[in-house]
Design a protein around this ligand. Structure first.
Ligand code: PHE
Length: 372
């Protein structure tokens, strides 16, 4: 229901070798789960919007329907991702063609919004990454970007330098947000690296016995401000993963559930109600199937996962390397265990055997490996 449809034919030239976006990902484009007020992702988004609205009435501009199809320049160059950075590889990113990608993060919109003159903004959207398959990873997920620019007058009075001032404000703001979402939790800051911020830090919260990474953030690299019409100012930015937080806040055990249209899932959530805990309606047992093959140099787990998802779609719950060895001739064999499970119904043996047979059929040709 809802959303715009972007068809593959409209954006991809036929047989373009620089395109690596499979159909299964294409049809997620435009679904915009984050814009459904009664979907856990929409409920969470609205709650975060409310936090900023309460704290700074009318200050933050909110964008949540910017196209996920962006230029390589916006996604990487504009936020200073080095030309040889791993995240640019075809193995990690979905390319529509050699200069257009499915955004890998909402930071892809920072530069554009700055050029449009925005100084306080929140950008929410679907982001896309080629990745492995398990309960917390899915090729599409949702992020919210926050960005705030300070002018010299704002930090001068404090006696601090601009960077320290912005960093302190960033920490205060995000600790406040974490408390609003999670109640009176313990939080800690961990140093990290992003090309677009310095310093770069991550916020973790102590939740049900574990430290959980909640978001990445930092003080914006001056070059981004200079390149986009804001020389002499200082800014902070953060990017948070909505699924990550929603899984914890709503007790949702598997990331595939966000995409379910099963009423037993969707009917459990109500607009404006963050506290609701999801009650699992079924726990069908997973079925495990192993596949072993001799790999070649070009083999990657992400590529295998793409083949599996292409065939099994959301029935693939996990793909896990369970054994790897290299023989005397230097050939390496990998054994992967695929877990098949539906969130909604029980699968028949026939159905699973059929899926596994198709995986075995497609893997050698698509991945240049030899089945054992
Ligand atoms: N874009 C980063 C990511 O996707 C998150 C981030 C946003 C970090 C803004 C710092 C500042 O992981």
């Amino acid at each position: 229901a809802g959303g715009i449809t972007i068809s593959r034919e409209d954006v991809v030239k036929e047989d373009d070798p620089t395109n690596n976006v499979p159909d299964s990902v294409f049809w997620k484009l435009g679904l915009q789960l984050h814009r459904r007020d009664d979907h856990p992702l929409g409920i969470l988004k609205n709650e975060i919007y409310k936090f900023f609205e309460d704290k700074f009435p009318g200050k933050y501009q909110k964008f949540d329907d910017l196209s996920p199809i962006v230029s390589v320049t916006s996604n990487f160059d504009d936020v200073l991702v080095p030309p040889d950075h791993v995240s640019r590889r075809y193995n990690d990113t979905y390319y529509i063609n050699s200069d257009t990608v499915l955004r890998t993060h909402t930071s892809a919109h920072q530069a554009q919004k700055l050029r449009e003159g925005c100084t306080h903004f929140l950008v929410t959207g679907d982001v896309y990454r080629r990745d492995s398959i398990d309960a917390t990873h899915y090729p599409v997920f949702h992020q919210m970007e926050g960005f705030r620019v300070f002018s010299p007058a704002e930090w001068d009075a404090s006696g601090m330098d601009g960077t320290s001032f912005a960093l302190q404000d960033l920490k205060e703001t995000l600790e406040g947000l974490a408390k609003r979402l999670f109640g009176d939790v313990e939080t800690r800051w961990v140093d990290t690296y992003f090309p677009f911020t310095n310093p770069s830090i991550e916020l973790e919260i102590f939740f049900q016995g574990n430290w959980l990474e909640v978001l990445g953030c930092g003080v914006t690299e001056p070059a981004i401000l200079e390149n986009n019409g804001r020389a002499g100012t200082v800014a902070w930015a953060f990017g948070l993963g909505l699924e990550r937080l929603a899984m914890v806040l709503f007790d949702i055990p598997d990331i595939r559930l966000f995409w379910s249209s099963d009423l037993r899932f969707t009917s459990q959530f109500k607009a404006g109600q963050l506290g609701i805990k999801f009650k699992p309606f079924s726990k069908f047992p997973p079925c495990y199937k192993d596949i072993s093959f001799w790999i070649s140099d070009s083999f990657t787990e992400n590529n295998l996962c793409e083949v599996v998802r292409g065939i099994a779609g959301d029935l693939a719950e996990e793909v896990k390397l369970i054994d790897s060895f290299t023989n005397k001739k230097g050939m390496t064999s990998n054994c992967f265990r695929i877990a098949y499970r539906s969130m909604e119904r029980s699968l028949t043996d026939d159905e699973i055997n059929n899926l596994q047979a198709r995986v075995r059929e497609e893997v050698p040709g698509k991945l240049q490996v030899t089945l054992r």
